[in-house]
Design a protein around this ligand. Structure first.
Ligand SMILES: Cc1cc2nc3c(=O)[nH]c(=O)nc-3n(C[C@H](O)[C@H](O)[C@H](O)COP(=O)(O)O)c2cc1C
Length: 383
């Protein structure tokens, strides 16, 4: 596998050591987000994903607060078409791209919970939301690219209209910051094929991912387009397989069945096909969670969205990543609980196997690398 892009995740809706309880819970605030972002940046992760939704801190403001604390890290910021006007969304993105020196990536999120969207002021069913997304992204791309020249861009859609749209301060990335997008329904695949740069899937078993990617590729080919692909997974990696599986069990060791049933009932109300596919992997049961080799659905018992984790020792996890890479996945968006410690653990244990990270097992000649002994004896090199 050529070296993949590896992203981490900023848990703006909270972080914990044990799912579904306050045990081991920690406060996610400006200091903690900064710690994770700085860790991801210095460890050599390529970027971080910030989610959107009413359970999350606002992704734009969270990401903007971290520009100055990081150097190379990219920010994959989720936006919901329909919640703001296209013009405001364009300006926010262009400014962020400029102020971060070209470190913005956009995750287009159509949304899958009608109740939550109505609470935010957007009244549209699944089909209408995708129509809005399609028009919104057309306007967004055209305005970013400066279409319409000095007179500005004009668009008359079924749901959205703009007249004289101009981006006076254009983004650094041309023609615009790349558009990432995830969605598993038919209109989602159409929208991806038509307008997106990178298609993201949650961590379904490889055969299911292969089918999705084939479908997107075929729809894109009809339009003379190609896309890149990424996957969103949790990771539970330990030095041995036994320890990794033990850690998976520990993660849900304080979770009771009532909490699982409540979460599953809430997910069942959503109209997101992607969410339905995640829930179907485990069916709310905790006794059949390894849904494909080393792919564990325990996180999805209570967490919406990305609900599966790769579990195993470093070689096993890297091998499973390779299987996805062979299908065409180039970007892995990972996370683990708690997010700070696990960012270190994954980088230490798995980056060298992926050809990533600064140190990759090499001894630093310019500063401490491991703890010095007896004032001048360097640590023994162990693979
Ligand atoms: C990697 C990834 C990240 C996502 N992030 C969010 C998010 O932050 N907020 C959200 O509401 N939905 C998120 N989603 C959900 C999708 O954007 C989409 O709205 C949902 O799956 C409904 O579309 P569907 O019915 O076509 O599957 C994400 C999906 C993927 C694959």
């Amino acid at each position: 596998m050529s070296t993949p892009n590896v992203f981490w995740f900023l848990p703006t809706h909270g972080d914990s050591r044990y799912l579904g309880t306050t045990k081991g819970a920690r406060t996610v605030d400006a200091d903690y987000l900064r710690q994770i972002a700085v860790a991801a940046d210095t460890l050599g992760y390529d970027g971080v994903l910030l989610p959107t939704g009413r359970s999350c801190e606002d992704p734009w403001i969270s990401a903007a607060s971290l520009i100055g604390a990081t150097k190379k890290l990219k920010f994959l910021v989720a936006i919901r078409p329909g919640l703001s006007t296209p013009g405001l969304a364009v300006r926010q993105a262009a400014t962020f791209d400029r102020l971060s020196n070209g470190r913005l990536l956009i995750n287009v999120v159509t949304g899958g919970d009608q109740g939550e969207l109505e609470a935010d002021g957007l009244f549209a069913d699944h089909a209408k939301r995708y129509e809005i997304s399609d028009e919104f992204i057309r306007i967004w791309r055209a305005s970013m690219a400066g279409e319409g020249g000095a007179a500005g861009f004009i668009f008359e859609g079924k749901h959205l209209q703009v007249k004289g749209a101009r981006t006076l301060y254009p983004p650094i990335q041309k023609p615009h910051p790349p558009l990432y997008f995830g969605g598993s329904s038919e209109p989602a695949h159409e929208l991806a094929a038509e307008q997106m740069d990178v298609y993201l899937t949650w961590g379904e078993p490889p055969a299911a991912v292969a089918e999705k990617l084939a479908d997107i590729r075929a729809r894109a080919a009809k339009r003379g387009r190609t896309l890149k692909f990424g996957i969103r997974l949790h990771v539970i990696v330990r030095e041995t397989n036994e320890a990794a599986w033990r850690a998976a069990e520990e993660l849900i060791s304080h979770l009771d069945d009532e909490v699982i049933a409540k979460a599953q009932a809430a997910f069942a109300k959503m109209d997101s096909v992607g969410q339905q596919r995640m829930a179907a992997l485990h069916g709310g049961r905790r006794d059949k969670l390894e849904v494909s080799p080393n792919l564990w659905a325990g996180v999805g018992l209570v967490r919406g969205g990305a609900g599966t984790a790769l579990v195993g020792d470093p070689e096993t996890v890297a091998a499973r990543m390779r299987e996805y890479a062979d299908l065409g996945i180039e970007t892995f968006i990972l996370s683990g609980y708690p997010h700070l410690e696990e960012s270190y653990r994954f980088a230490e244990l798995v980056f060298p196997l992926l050809g990533k990270g600064k140190e990759s097992g090499e001894q630093s000649l310019t500063g401490p690398f491991g703890e010095m002994m007896a004032s001048d004896i360097v640590p023994k090199k162990v693979a």
